[in-house]
Design a protein around this ligand. Structure first.
Ligand code: SF4
Length: 555
């Protein structure tokens, strides 16, 4: 199938249409124009359109955007509302307490609440206006290397039109090789090409493991005149119930325009209880009297889920190799204590752009020149911000109240704390095996009204997720027997609970007690939780056909 494959060449190829790559592409074109350098630049995005797979909180710290485009408001940046004030609430099962102060890194006043999906669409229009060729609906399937096996020369997009059996159908279109002098991987958390580069070139060697959080989020339309829409604190974060203090995570409610709020719940994937169901925790949060006071009478308009990389500074990989650089949250560019990754991702893309301009001026695309990107990060606010949060994710992943003591010490010492380089386990290693005497987690009363409380499948419907059914499964289960034997015995198949899309179902034959793990790849929200949290490394998430997956417009 390799023969006759089409090849296209560019100077720079951006893989992924998120904020890091879009800011990088815009900045690259700005710099190239100012220096009189002509560049052919392309960007591919696996979603059907730019923004289809973009989901985030999302409170935008505009620092990087203002550097990129000081007149962003005049240029029509789609801001939902500005942050008037923020509140931090501690929830118990039936009550709530307002924390009297908000940690400085969580202060958001003057920042903007955005829909990331809308925001990246707007950035894409600007990038196209500057000459970037954007190709949505193309998934990067594999990295292409030069004959030395260490210089990245581009990527191969996925084939389209394969049947479930992997054989070409009548409408088969082979993937194309998109080659470039520099390839920029900005796929977001858990990117499959970055994983491939990591395996081939060991870019995470000596780094702390990347750890993740999964967020489930909805945009809810509220009845007219809801008090929250004019309240002083229009950004609310919560902790405590329903996770308790041993599992990291919490809820958020942000005001949007047009009587809407974005409501979400984030769970640190370092959690230990294999019976924890991420979706049920989100429902518990929504049913809490505090959340109910705001959202009751509302209607869910859109729903989605995504993981983000929370481990921060100590898990940043080597950021360049010959012919490629790595940007955005996939490369750990997220400020976990501030709960923000958009501005840090954008800045990483912009610094990568500055390095690429230098590379084109020198005509040298080896790591010797591209390594300048790492040095630029070290000399900017990006390093300072990430460095201040360097022990945060490691600390909150721990059990017991001692972690609050460590957090306090870090708060007072610019992030250093008592143990600098606080150790952390991989998220796939933290589940505790089930003890027979362990009492199962109380199930949430599964009352769904299909309006404000929607079940998992309705959530998938509201994410507008679609996959062509007759294609090879993009979720590879390496050993199905392991799932129903070892994993069932030890953890009761936690994939059936951590997946927010109801992709994994355990079927048990009533007569024979035979078990089978049924996989519904068509429901997949592309959040990547399964590959990250699976305790046996038995699930690999690969890109389905380009254009498949969620079609977010406002989350
Ligand atoms: Fe997320 Fe994996 Fe479920 Fe898809 S199958 S929705 S990537 S957990």
């Amino acid at each position: 199938m390799g023969r006759g494959r089409e090849k296209i060449e560019f100077d720079v190829l951006f893989v992924g249409g998120g904020p890091a790559n879009l800011a990088g592409a815009i900045h690259l074109m700005q710099l190239a124009t100012s220096k009189g350098i002509h560049l052919e630049v392309a960007m591919i995005e696996k979603g059907a359109e730019i923004g289809c797979h973009a989901l985030s909180g999302a409170v935008l710290n505009p620092i990087a955007l203002a550097e990129l485009m000081p007149d962003y408001r005049e240029k029509g940046c789609p801001i939902e509302v500005d942050v008037r004030g923020e509140e931090l609430r501690f929830l118990t099962e039936t009550s709530q307490y307002r924390v009297p102060f908000v940690p400085r890194y969580m202060k958001n006043r003057g920042f903007h609440i955005i829909s990331l999906s809308r925001f990246v669409r707007w950035l894409a229009e600007i990038a196209e206006g500057l000459g970037v060729n954007i190709f949505p609906g193309f998934a990067g399937k594999e990295v292409r290397y030069a004959s030395d096996r260490k210089t990245v020369i581009g990527i191969r997009t996925g084939d389209k039109g394969l049947g479930k059996d992997g054989r070409p159908r009548a409408n088969f279109e082979p993937g194309i090789d998109i080659l470039a002098k520099v390839t920029v991987l900005g796929e977001g958390a858990g990117g499959s090409l970055l994983r491939e580069v990591s395996g081939a070139l060991n870019i995470f060697s000596g780094k702390m493991p990347q750890t993740f959080e999964t967020g489930i989020k909805e945009v809810i339309e509220l009845p007219e005149g809801n008090y929250f829409l004019s309240s002083r604190g229009n950004v609310i974060h919560t902790f405590g119930y329903p996770l308790g203090l041993n599992t990291h995570g919490g809820g958020f409610i942000y005001q949007m325009k047009d009587n809407r709020v974005s409501v979400g719940f984030v769970v640190g994937l370092s959690y230990r209880d294999p019976m924890l169901d991420l979706y049920e925790e989100f429902m518990r949060f929504k049913r809490h009297p505090f959340a109910q006071r705001i959202i009751s009478g509302g209607r869910v308009l859109e729903h989605g889920a995504r993981t983000l990389t929370s481990s921060g500074y100590y898990s940043i990989p080597k950021l360049s190799v010959d012919g490629a650089v790595f940007v955005g949250t996939g490369a750990s560019m997220l400020n976990a204590p501030a709960l923000k990754g958009i501005h840090t991702s954008m800045k990483s893309g912009m610094l990568a752009a500055e390095t690429m301009i230098e590379a084109f001026q020198k005509g040298d695309f080896t790591q010797d020149t591209l390594n300048c990107y790492q040095e630029l990060i070290e000399s900017t606010w990006l390093k300072e911000e990430l460095y201040r949060g360097r022990n945060f994710a490691q600390t909150v992943s721990k059990e017991g109240l001692i972690k609050f003591f460590h957090l306090g010490a870090q708060y007072l010492t610019g992030g250093r704390g008592i143990i600098d380089k606080m150790p952390i386990a991989k998220d796939s290693d933290t589940l505790k095996s089930l003890r027979p005497e362990a009492s199962p987690r109380k199930k949430v009363k599964a009352v769904y009204d299909d309006v404000l409380f929607v079940d998992k499948l309705t959530g998938v419907y509201l994410s507008k997720t679609q996959h062509r059914e007759d294609q090879p499964s993009h979720l590879i289960i390496h050993d199905p027997k392991l799932c129903v034997e070892q994993c069932f015995r030890t953890y009761r198949c936690p994939c059936t609970r951590f997946c927010p899309g109801n992709v994994y179902e355990l079927e048990i034959d009533e007569n024979t007690d035979e078990k089978r793990l049924k996989v519904n790849p068509a429901n997949c929200l592309h959040c990547k939780t399964c590959e990250i949290k699976d305790p046996y490394g038995n699930i690999t998430w690969t890109c389905p056909e380009g254009g498949d997956g969620p079609k977010y417009t406002i989350v």
